[in-house]
Design a protein around this ligand. Structure first.
Ligand code: GNR
Ligand code: NI
Length: 182
C-alpha cells in the first residue's frame, strides 16, 4: 500500500471526465487500497481516483470517522458507479473537498439515490441510500465527471474561491522562480 499525493485547485486535471474501468483486476484493487489509505490519512470520508491523478471511474468511501449512524468501519469500493434514480426531494449538507482545502459551503442535492456499481470483486451491486452517504456518493460521482462542489454554489462564492486558489498558485510559482532563477 502507498500514499498518493492529492491534487488540489487550480489543477486542471480535476476538470477531466474519468474513463470507465474495463475489468476489476489486481491493478484496480491495488489502486483502491492506495486510495483508501490516502483518504484515511488526509483524513476524508470519500475519495475519487482523479484526486490522486488517475482518470478512472473509481471511488472509495468510509463514513466511519464520522459521528453518524451510517458509520460502519466497513469501506465502500465503487467502480463505474451510476446513479440509477435520484429523489425529487433535496437535502443540504455543508460540503468540503480534499481538492479544495479549507473551504466549506452548503450544497443542495437529491436527498436519496439508488446507485449501481461494481464492487472490488467486479460483482454488480446496488445501494439505495440517503443522508450523508447519498451526499458523499454524489460528490464523488461528480468528481468522475470533472464537477466540483463549488459548481453547485452561487457564482459569486465560486469565483471568490477560484480566485483565491489561482492567486496562491501564482504566488507559489513566483516564489519557485525567485528561488531557482527561472
Ligand atoms: O472528506 C470529505 N468530506 C465531505 C463532507 C461533505 C460532503 C462531501 C465530502 S467528501 C470529502 C472528501 C472529498 O473531497 N472527496 O472527494
Ligand atoms: Ni471532493
Amino acid at each position: 500500500m502507498a500514499l498518493k499525493p492529492i491534487i488540489t485547485l487550480p489543477d486542471r486535471r480535476l476538470r477531466v471526465k474519468s474513463e470507465p474501468v474495463a475489468a476489476v483486476d489486481d491493478g484496480v484493487r491495488a489502486l483502491l487500497d492506495d486510495m483508501l489509505e490516502t483518504m484515511y490519512e488526509a483524513p476524508g470520508i470519500g475519495l475519487a481516483a482523479i484526486q490522486v491523478a488517475v482518470p478512472r471511474r473509481i471511488i472509495v468511501i468510509d463514513l466511519a470517522r464520522r459521528d453518524d449512524d451510517q458509520a460502519s468501519g466497513d469501506p465502500l469500493f465503487l467502480v463505474n458507479p451510476e446513479i440509477l434514480w435520484a429523489s425529487e426531494e433535496t437535502s443540504s449538507y455543508e460540503e468540503g473537498c480534499l481538492s479544495i482545502p479549507e473551504y466549506r459551503e452548503e450544497v443542495f442535492r437529491p436527498a436519496k439515490v439508488k446507485v449501481g456499481f461494481l464492487d472490488r470483486l467486479g460483482k454488480r451491486q446496488e445501494i439505495d441510500t440517503g443522508g450523508l452517504l447519498a451526499t458523499c456518493i454524489q460528490h464523488e460521482i461528480d468528481h468522475l465527471n470533472g464537477v466540483l462542489f463549488i459548481d453547485h454554489i452561487s457564482r459569486l462564492k465560486r469565483e471568490r474561491i477560484l480566485k483565491k486558489f489561482n492567486k496562491t498558485a501564482k504566488r507559489v510559482s513566483q516564489d519557485y522562480g525567485a528561488a531557482t532563477g527561472h
